[in-house]
Design a protein around this ligand. Structure first.
Ligand code: GDP
Length: 299
């Protein structure tokens, strides 16, 4: 967890120091509330959340002298309350053989890396995991997944560049069934500049998976890069139009000053946040813990 705390340093010092600046020897008056609201918006918590939490603070403490510490812990409490309902680990259903996870997101968001990290996690748990290199457009994406396969000892189903992603997904699910795998993690392309093509491709992948298992995919995991800040919100809206997103993984929280975007995401979409990425290596995936995250965010 210390990795997350240190990773969030830039988010937390922005908010924490900001709060100290506003509230040292200061009454909670309109001016202070306005400054606080602005600080929270700049901290990527979103306009709605910023208004909501400052109003709640005003309700209980207006016109009273408050210390920065008191404000930080009152806000942390409220933010934890917003995050708690979405903080849910990814638990593969053992009755699904395999539990099929389709991983979507724009290029560079951390899809392939997250698949590698998830594979590491579930392999440690003794699960049989198969990876499918469904981003058939980029040779580098296929190679990268193959490296993760070697590292984690998971078979990788891949084809040459330009191959049909749906055909590949079909073969991967077939193989996963034959090998009685517990988990199938499917990488996908993230060419959002061509939304119609991407939608057609993802929907075709889902259609063919359902020919083998009509309940598949069991999760559609959207991977978001925290460093994109408010842009992440737009990505969720866009991907929700393309596929039925079931949950989120937010990456690159190490060293990002934009960790507050998780609060905005929770408030706006209420989608489960299954894990957060705090680095590039296999172990750098953490369960998303609402209370600890809220506290780390506020410094
Ligand atoms: P994809 O295009 O969505 O598959 O994204 P990749 O998995 O290839 O990741 C893009 C880049 O982000 C790579 O250089 C990864 O090493 C890096 N990356 C992924 N997750 C994290 C993270 O949690 N923290 C950091 N610092 N880098 C990450």
């Amino acid at each position: 967890f210390s990795r997350l705390t240190s990773g969030l340093k830039r988010s937390s010092s922005k908010l924490g120091d900001g709060i100290t600046g506003i509230f040292t020897k200061r009454k909670l008056d309109d001016d202070a509330l306005e400054q606080l609201e602005e600080l929270l918006i700049q901290g990527d918590l979103g306009v709605a959340t910023a208004a909501k939490v400052t109003a709640e603070l005003a309700r209980t403490r207006f016109d009273k002298e408050v210390s920065p510490e008191e404000v930080r812990s009152a806000l942390a409490e409220q933010i934890a309350g917003i995050l708690e309902p979405v903080a849910r680990p990814l638990v593969p259903d053992p009755t699904h053989k395999p539990h099929v996870v389709l991983v979507v997101g724009v290029n560079g968001s951390g899809k392939t890396t997250t698949i590698g990290k998830l594979a590491t996690l579930y392999r440690k748990d003794g699960k049989r995991v198969i990876l499918a290199a469904g981003d058939t457009f980029r040779a580098a994406a296929v190679e990268q997944l193959q490296i993760w396969g070697q590292r984690t000892g998971c078979p990788v189903v891949a084809r040459q560049t330009g191959a049909d992603a749906a055909g590949l997904a079909f073969d991967a699910l077939k193989q996963a069934r034959e090998e009685a795998a517990d988990l199938l993690l499917i990488d996908t392309a993230g060419r959002l500049h061509n939304k119609t093509d991407l939608m057609a491709e993802l929907q075709k992948v889902i259609r063919v998976l359902r020919k083998i298992d009509e309940s598949a995919p069991h999760e559609v995991l959207l991977v978001l890069d925290a460093t994109t800040g408010q842009n992440a919100l737009q990505q969720v809206a866009t991907f929700k139009e393309l596929v039925e997103v079931s949950g989120l993984v937010v990456t690159k929280l190490d060293g990002s000053a934009r960790g507050g975007v998780l609060v905005a995401l929770a408030e706006k979409f209420a989608l489960p946040v299954h894990a957060v990425g705090v680095g590039e290596s296999a172990e750098d995936l953490r369960p998303f813990e609402a209370r600890a995250f809220a506290r780390a965010l506020l410094g």
